[in-house]
Design a protein around this ligand. Structure first.
Ligand SMILES: CC(C)(COP(=O)(O)OP(=O)(O)OC[C@H]1O[C@@H](n2cnc3c(N)ncnc32)[C@H](O)[C@@H]1OP(=O)(O)O)[C@@H](O)C(=O)NCCC(=O)NCCS
Length: 201
């Protein structure tokens, strides 16, 4: 049986790999990205660096095979990243602004996220200030591990006095949408490519 424990710095490579191996609407995105680290730089690395108390991994005999990562305060987290995290990545990856959206490669679409200086702080942040990401490798999926990881993070967020948590899920990731809805998340917003869901803690 896999166990859940707090994430540590030595898990960083595993987090980046899992992020990539689940990065195509829940399926393996390894073949999609020329740079195997670019997804992790956006969706995994900053959480381990700046919200380590809200990062948990799932581990079995084969090693770390899943994680849930989040932040209790999305606005403060974003301000920290704007100061500490994005500038280094903006120096490393070019801004694809001049390339028409529809012609961008998957890597360039993530570079656009890295260079997005106009991150909006949505109204949903008031009632649902926390946000999270959860990803499990196939061997860890479907046996209650996703629920167990979510409950571990919910407990940490409740202990920190957080009233609600939101997350984004891709429109094509119907399996994850069903999972979140089953756990009690409800739809808050719908954008071009995805849905924002919220859960009151
Ligand atoms: C989505 C994911 C986190 C779910 O975790 P999981 O371990 O597969 O799910 P669990 O086995 O813990 O399921 C928990 C509960 O949700 C239910 N459930 C799971 N998927 C469901 C679905 N698509 N529709 C309805 N219910 C679902 C289960 O039946 C279970 O119910 P119960 O606890 O009441 O018996 C996991 O499959 C995953 O990491 N997928 C790949 C990466 C990904 O898509 N991440 C999300 C990106 S937004």
């Amino acid at each position: 049986m896999p166990t859940i424990r707090p994430a540590r710095e030595s898990d960083r490579d595993a987090l980046y790999s899992i992020c990539l191996e689940t990065g195509d609407s829940g399926e393996d995105a390894t073949g999609l990205y020329a740079d195997p680290l670019i997804l992790g730089h956006v969706y995994a690395g900053p959480y381990l660096s700046y919200a380590p108390d809200f990062a948990f991994v799932l581990e079995d005999a084969e090693g770390v095979g899943g994680y849930v990562i989040g932040t209790p305060d999305s606005r403060a987290f974003e301000a920290t990243l704007e100061r500490e995290w994005w500038p280094k990545l903006r120096a490393q990856y070019p801004d694809p602004a001049a390339i028409p959206r529809e012609s961008r490669t998957p890597d360039e679409r993530i570079m656009a996220v890295i260079h997005d200086h106009t991150r909006k702080t949505s109204d949903v942040y008031d009632a649902y200030p926390a946000h999270l990401h959860i990803d499990l490798l196939p061997r860890m999926q479907g046996g209650g591990n996703g629920r167990a990881l979510m409950e571990r993070l919910f407990t940490a967020l409740r202990d920190a006095g957080v009233p609600g948590v939101h997350l984004g899920v891709g429109g094509r990731n119907t399996r994850a949408q069903g999972f979140y809805q089953h756990l009690g998340f409800r739809e808050l917003e719908r954008t071009n490519g995805g849905i924002t869901l919220g859960y009151m803690l």
